[in-house]
Design a protein around this ligand. Structure first.
Ligand SMILES: Nc1nc2c(ncn2[C@@H]2O[C@H](COP(=O)(O)OP(=O)(O)OP(=O)(O)O)[C@@H](O)[C@H]2O)c(=O)[nH]1
Ligand SMILES: [Mg+2]
Length: 428
């Protein structure tokens, strides 16, 4: 089905409209919804989900780390995620987008609102350094951690990328793509949000699953706010989230709204989810196409506690390049292979050499569980592994913004998914 989306933006909270300005004729009467809701009106031009769509969506995004990154948080809490290694960064000067090319809601150094953002940011840090309580300020800066959680394949990583406007987290059409936390930082006028993308919530069937679910639990426990993502076609709330919702605010993003024939189809979904999470706010979005995302992002930041930013304003993530390189190899592997191969594979980078005047050297080992999986991964005459290397290298070069030489080796590590020692080695 072909759609073209326009955000039909209406926020209804306690009967009041808030926030977003939408053309009058786009506003859909949404009397029955009690929570805050943003609706998307599908029109012509957007294709529904299907094979290849997700690749197109990813490649159309800016590569990661166009912004400078650094390791030290600006203040406060210790950051989540891996703590060692070089943070993903660019050697070359970032390509600066022109202010007129940006959507009107994005802060930019050439625009007035961005100047305000920078002012707020510094003021908040200075006020905290002086020992002032940020909550007492009427123009308080808002900062905190947001855990993005939900069932596998709901579109959590796609939504993180859409919020960041960067291709940071890996996305594939297969469930259980995300295995580790991915941290992405967003700065807007008056606020900083640190998003933690998490693995999809499932009933663990092995040690790897159990480790992934521990990460979800920890991320939820550490967060100031939960962003629960549901696929509009599978509106279920994981039980753990309902328990967590009693302790912290929850915002629900009903995703993949571009797949709805008419926006009204989201109404029964909202009602059903509201029955389970009566305190939550609901947004209907399309992470794939970005519809409804700026409104959702701004509301999330508004709901964060008042306080100083945790990271410098130019920082996108605190995770090292090595982490994202591993993820991109895994993404290429998920895209290329079917059935059990993606789920039986884990990547370890063994060499990461930046070489002045030459291509960087990256050597990685792919661990699988059986000899037959190794055979499939290598392919006839080594064709499959060569294809994998070519695709992974292209994404890595886009990420690092420099040329690399990538060497892949396949090794068998029987039952690594069930082996706590192997899992520790892979960083779980
Ligand atoms: N049509 C449509 N597809 C989407 C949307 N958001 C995500 N998808 C697709 O859904 C699939 C899964 O997306 P991911 O972002 O990897 O989902 P996830 O929740 O992170 O999945 P796990 O990491 O496996 O738990 C991909 O094929 C995405 O392109 C959306 O808004 N509309
Ligand atoms: Mg994911």
């Amino acid at each position: 089905m072909a759609f073209h989306h326009a955000i039909l933006s209406r926020t209804v909270q306690n009967g009041r409209r808030a926030g977003f300005q939408a053309p009058r004729w786009l506003v859909y009467p949404f009397a029955r919804a009690r929570a805050a809701v943003a609706i998307i009106v599908p029109q012509e031009g957007i294709e529904a989900e299907g094979p290849g769509n997700e690749r197109r969506a990813m490649t159309s995004k800016k590569p990661v780390s166009k912004r400078k990154t650094s390791k030290a948080p600006a203040s406060g809490r210790p950051p989540a995620g891996p703590r060692s290694g070089k943070a993903a960064s660019k050697k070359r000067a970032p390509k600066k987008p022109r202010a007129k090319d940006l959507p009107p809601d994005l802060p930019h150094p050439d625009r007035d609102d961005a100047t305000v953002a920078a002012g707020d940011f510094d003021t908040a840090i200075e006020a905290t350094a002086r020992g002032e309580d940020a909550r007492e300020r009427p123009d308080a800066f808002h900062a905190g951690y947001i855990a993005i959680c939900g069932l596998p394949n709901a579109g959590k990583s796609t939504l993180l990328n859409a919020i960041l406007q960067e291709r940071l987290a890996i996305v594939t059409s297969k469930p259980q793509t995300t295995r580790r936390r991915t941290l992405g930082i967003v700065n807007v006028a008056g606020g900083q949000a640190i998003f933690i993308d998490t693995p999809g919530i499932l009933v663990p069937r092995d040690e790897l699953h159990a480790a992934m679910m521990r990460l979800v639990e920890e991320s939820i426990a550490d967060a100031d706010l939960l962003l629960y993502v549901v696929d509009v076609r599978r509106p279920e709330i994981a039980p753990g989230v309902i328990a967590a919702a009693a302790r912290k605010p929850v915002v629900v993003a009903i995703n993949k709204a571009d797949l709805l024939a008419v926006p009204e189809e989201s109404l029964p979904v909202i009602e059903r989810l509201q029955a389970e999470l009566p305190e939550a706010e609901f947004f209907v979005v399309s992470a794939l196409h970005g519809a409804g995302v700026p409104l959702l992002r701004d509301r999330l930041i508004e709901k964060l506690p008042a306080g100083a930013p945790f990271y410098p304003a130019d920082m996108l993530t605190e995770q090292p390049e090595r982490f994202f390189v591993t993820e991109l190899i895994r993404e290429a592997l998920f895209d290329q292979f079917r059935q059990e191969i993606p789920y039986s594979s884990e990547i370890e980078i063994t060499t990461f050499h930046e070489q002045e005047g030459r291509k960087d050297l990256i050597e990685a080992e792919i661990f699988v569980e059986t000899e037959s999986q190794k055979g499939i991964l290598i392919g006839k005459g080594g064709q499959a592994i060569r294809d994998l290397g070519r695709r992974a290298r292209a994404s890595i070069e886009e990420l690092l913004d420099r040329e690399v030489y990538l060497a892949l080796r396949v090794r068998v590590l029987p039952h690594w998914r069930r082996d706590p020692k192997a899992l520790r080695r892979f960083g779980y």
